[in-house]
Structure formats: C-alpha cells, structure tokens
Design a protein around this ligand. Structure first.
Ligand code: EPU
Length: 418
C-alpha cells in the first residue's frame, strides 16, 4: 500500500491547477447508458473512482475509449443490467447506474452498498423514487432489483431529505419516462446542474436544475453529445486551505468561484485574504494570523461537508475556539484522532467538534480513513514541523488527481513511497 511522506514547513508558491470534478464526472459517465450513440466527455479527472465507474460501464456492455484526456463512451447495447458487488463495494456511487439502466432497458440489478467510513449511507430514497416512477423494487442476495418491463412513467417525487446522487439517479430515470416528472426538495449542487446540462445536450427536456424543484418532460430517446466536466470545487477548496496556511502566494487555477462562495466567505471570516487575478484564478497567501470561526455543514449552497475536514485542519492554526458541526453524515470526524496525534487540541461530542487553537503541529505517522479526511491530513502535514507519513493513501487517490505531483510543483516536499 502506498504512503505519502511529507516534510512540513515549506512554503507553497506558484500556480496549482484544478482538475475536472469527480462528483460531476461520475453521474455524467452513468448518463452515457441512456443512449446507443457515442458521448464524448472532456476534463474527466484521472482518479480511481472514475476508473471504477469506467469498469462498471464496461461490465454492462459499454465501450469506453480514452479521448483527448477524457473519454468517448458508446453503449450500443446493454449486455448485462447488473452492477456487481466487487465494484459497488469499492465505490458507493455505483448506485448511479440504477436509474439509467431501468430507464434504458426496464431492468437493473445493483449490489446494495454497505456502510462506509463516514456513515450508513442508505439508498432508500433512490428506491422509493424509482417506485414512484413505476419500477417494482425487490431485494435478494445483497442485490436490489428494479424492474419496469413497460417503461417508467413520470410522477411527483418528493425527497424527504436532500440527496445528491439520489437526485441525479432519479433525474436520469425521469428523462426517458413517459410524461412529466417533478422532483421536489432536489439537491442544488453544481454537479446536478452539470448532469442536467449534458442530458439537455442529449435531447432531454429539463427545467429547474440547480433549484429545489426540477421538472422533466420525458422523451422517447436520447442521442450522443459532447460535454466538458465542471472544475472540482472540493479540490480547489482543498488547495485554497493549503494556501491559507502555507501560500507565498499560491494561485489556484481553473476555479468556478461561484461554486465555492460559502467556503470563501468562511475563510474570509477567519481572516484569509484573497485576490482574483482572473475570472478562474484565486490567489491566497499565508498571513500566519487566522481567527477561529464556527461552521455547520449544509447542502449546497451551504458549506460543503466535503470541505469540513480540511477547514477543521485549518482551524487548528487559528487563534481561539471554533465549533464545527457536521449535519450531513453521522460519522465524519475520522481525521480528528489523527490530527490529535499531530498535536491538535480538538474535542468531539456527537456531531460537534471543538477546535482550540493555535497549536503547533508536529509530523507523525497517521492513517488516511476516507477521501476528505486524508486531504485534511495532507494539509496538516504541509503546515507541521518535521516529517509526516500518511498511510493508506489509496483513499486520497479515489478523488484527487496526482495530488503529490501538483503539490510538489508548487514547492511542497511530498513524495509517494510503497
Ligand atoms: N441519505 C439517505 N437515504 C438515501 C440517500 C441519502 O438517508 O437514499 C442520507 C445519507 O446517508 C446522508 C445524506 O442523506 O446522510 C446526504 O447524502 P447524499 O445522498 O446527498 O450523499 P451522496 O449522494 O451519497 C454525494 C457525494 C459525496 C458528498 C455528499 C454530500 C458523490 C459521488 N458523492 O454523496 O461526496 O459528501 O453527496 O454532499 O457525488 C466525497 O466526494 O468525498 C463524497 C463523500
């Protein structure tokens, strides 16, 4: 298993590029199942979850070819409507093929995702939504089967709580359903809008994506299209936080600033200063003087749960006490025990972490537990005194493209070891 070895305390200076968004690329790849034509996708990030999704598409009959740094995908025929356990167990977002497979061939079998490091993460809302569209749902041998031999029919789907992949799954099912579907309490994340943009290019009729109510008028079939994935707002945010601690200055290149407005707002409250040399570039410099601020994670446009761990790492370097509340997942403080080993002062009570700063961090051996927790450990290691060794970096490889190369390109002392 690979490790990262990081020598902390080196300034980050120069331009660091942002890749395409993993969480936008995953649903967009699943959407290629909705047509027999070729779909060309640009700016697909080279990360492990994307390779898993490509394998999953191939296992159901897709031809996935590399194309100008992205992919060209063609699913002439779905040869097997099943997402096997071996793939789903490594990536919960595999459930994104459920909606498009039932819509395309009236049938889907997807292994039930188990729990994961950050919480139970059930898919009940995806299933009740598909039932509303007329699919019969059954479960056996660890698999969920959705069956709609005569096709899906539009309906009103009201989500009891906001779910990102649930909204995406149902949107993909609804575009080929007969008649109108209304998705209420839909997720407003930019990744949902990006998916809707691709589907619209493929011939779907969608209104309201990016708001809480999405309306879909089903069409008989979709056709091929070309689409470039939006920039990864979580990767961009991770680099901005690294820059707030060590930037001299650090310029993050290829950002959609609107997508990270809540993060920029919180970072400003903490005393971070930004400049915007161009529309898609943000420059940040470490001032050494950060203030503690409180935050609670929220659905978009609120503060993203996927940025909580990295922000918490930054708060260990701020003066004062900050209270960080996680409202989306029940177990998303796995990074805290590792940060304590590096010298942080953090207390957890339920879904609330109290961070007391500023504490000097010192390098230690730590363990990556999930994707964003790992990113917070990289940030802490960059700011710490001495050497940090992060074990199990396969977690970070799931969602950050060549992070060690990008960071060494701006002066970090980081390398990968086996
Ligand atoms: N939930 C249910 N039932 C469902 C679906 C969700 O109870 O059927 C609950 C979840 O357990 C969770 C909450 O609703 O407590 C929100 O979950 P959501 O469905 O929105 O999460 P997701 O779609 O599984 C996506 C991202 C996550 C990100 C969350 C929240 C992808 C592929 N994954 O997950 O990204 O944290 O939205 O924004 O888009 C990551 O990239 O590190 C990551 C975990």
């Amino acid at each position: 298993m690979d490790k990262f070895v990081i020598e902390g305390g080196h300034p980050l200076k120069g331009v660091i590029p942002v890749s395409g968004a993993k969480n936008a690329a995953l649903p967009v790849l699943a959407a290629t199942l909705l047509t027999a034509d070729e779909v060309t996708l640009d700016r697909i990030p080279k990360v492990r979850d994307i390779r898993t999704m490509a394998k999953l598409l191939e296992s159901v009959g897709a031809e996935v070819k590399p194309n100008n740094g992205g992919y060209a995908v063609r699913v002439t025929e779905v040869t097997s409507a099943e997402a096997p356990y071996e793939l789903v167990k490594t990536m919960r977002a595999s459930s994104l093929v459920l909606g498009p497979l039932v819509a395309r061939c009236g049938e889907a079998r997807v292994s039930m995702p188990g729990g994961c490091a950050i919480g139970a993460r059930p898919i009940n809302l995806h299933l009740t939504g598909l039932e509303k569209l007329g699919a019969k749902i059954s479960q056996e041998h660890g698999y969920v089967r959705a069956h709609a031999p005569n096709g899906l029919t539009g309906a009103v789907i009201h989500f009891d709580r906001v779910t990102v992949t649930g909204t995406e799954d149902l949107l993909m099912a609804a575009v080929l359903a007969k008649g109108e579907t209304v998705i209420e309490n839909a997720a407003r994340e930019p990744e949902v809008s990006d998916l809707a943009d691709l589907l619209t290019k493929m011939g779907a009729r969608i209104e309201g994506a990016g708001t809480s109510t999405i309306q879909v008028e089903g069409v008989a079939e979709l056709h091929g299209a070309t689409h470039a994935i939006i920039p990864d707002r979580i990767e961009a945010g991770t680099f901005l936080i690294a820059g707030a601690l060590m930037g001299d200055p650090l310029t993050v290149d290829g950002v959609n600033t609107e997508h990270i407005a809540a993060l920029i707002d919180k970072m400003r409250q903490a005393g971070v200063e930004f400049s915007f040399p161009s529309e898609d570039r943000i420059e940040v410099r470490a001032s050494g003087k950060l203030r503690a601020v409180d935050l609670a994670t929220k659905e978009y446009p609120g503060f993203a749960t996927d940025m909580q761990a990295q922000f918490l790492a930054m708060m260990t370097q701020a003066e004062g006490e900050s209270e960080i509340i996680e409202t989306i997942f029940e177990n998303r403080f796995m990074h805290v025990s590792e940060l304590l080993r590096m010298g942080a002062d953090i207390a957890i009570e339920g879904n609330r972490a109290t961070v007391r700063g500023k504490t000097e961090l010192s390098g230690a051996r730590v363990m990556a537990s999930d994707l964003r927790a790992s990113a917070s450990l990289v940030i802490a290691a960059l700011a710490a005194r001495g050497e940090t060794v992060i074990d199990r970096v396969y977690h970070i490889d799931r969602g950050y493209e060549r992070i060690e190369e990008k960071l060494s390109g701006v002066g970090a002392q980081i390398h990968r070891a086996e």
